[in-house]
Design a protein around this ligand. Structure first.
Ligand SMILES: [Cu+2]
Length: 257
């Protein structure tokens, strides 16, 4: 059997990792969407999983179109989810932090090596040392990036511990509980009473970002990452229903007066 050039292992392996990571990420979405009856997002992600798998297999067979497919899909995914990526990276305690911190450098390697393999496919990958063997600049770069990923995951895990410990020491009126997306009561207490002119503070003790958004758009916390506290002063009596903009099934109420 012909020896597989080093770069092909990186591309094919990177694409396979992308497919598996996305599939793993989709499971909670699929469960939640099943409840909500909206499977649009799940379907889109499953298509990405399938495309990554196809690109992985055919990159391994050194098909030029597969290099293009894998690289293009990686770029599209980053652009499509750039908002989620930025929010997640800003918070090491986020449940998906390790996934994003490992996927981004993986896609960088995939795009880089796919481009190089595409360019040098005609002349043969074995003519370029950095594509053919791990003992080259290409190998060094890959090792450096893998090292960076492992380091980031470790640092992220420590940061997550620190953030979560600090959160449990903070006081607030309403707590966004761990696992809020699927919790029966995501905002505790579900109904909070406050007198007119009173201030209400929310704290996010979940490892996922949430919002406190008024149904009547009279208040909006914006993105609350793990450990965030946000407060609002209620000057008018009444009943204020609110929800999470990211997970609309998360609802709560503040009664003023
Ligand atoms: Cu939420």
């Amino acid at each position: 059997m012909r020896r597989i050039p080093f770069a092909i292992w990186v591309i094919s392996g990177g694409l396979l990792y992308s497919a598996l990571a996305l599939a793993y990420l989709t499971i909670p979405f699929a469960l939640a969407a099943g409840i909500m009856g909206d499977s649009g997002t799940v379907l889109v992600i499953l298509i990405f999983v399938a495309v990554f798998l196809v690109a992985s297999v055919y990159s391994f067979r050194q098909k030029r179109w597969a290099y293009v497919l894998g690289a293009a899909t990686s770029v599209v995914l980053v652009l499509l989810y750039s908002f989620v990526i930025v929010t997640t990276l800003s918070n090491p305690a986020d449940a998906q932090f390790w996934l994003i911190i490992s996927a981004l450098p993986t896609w960088f390697l995939v795009v880089l090596f796919s481009s190089l393999c595409f360019i040098h496919a005609k002349s043969g990958l074995d003519t370029k040392r950095y594509l053919s063997t791990v003992q080259s600049a290409g190998g060094l770069l890959t090792l450096a990036i893998v090292g960076f990923v492992v380091g980031s995951v470790v640092v992220g895990a420590i940061g997550s511990e620190v953030i979560l410990r600090n959160v449990s020491a903070t006081a607030a009126n309403i707590t966004i509980v761990p696992g809020a997306q699927t919790a029966m009561v995501p905002f505790v207490p579900q109904v909070y009473h406050v007198s007119v002119g009173g201030s209400v503070a929310w704290v996010n003790r979940d490892t996922t970002a949430h919002t406190v958004t008024s149904n009547s758009s009279s208040f909006d916390s914006g993105t609350m990452t793990t450990g965030s506290i946000w407060s609002h002063t209620f000057t008018q009596p009444g009943r204020y229903d609110y929800y999470c903009a990211f997970h609309p099934m998360m609802v709560g109420t503040v009664v003023v007066g």
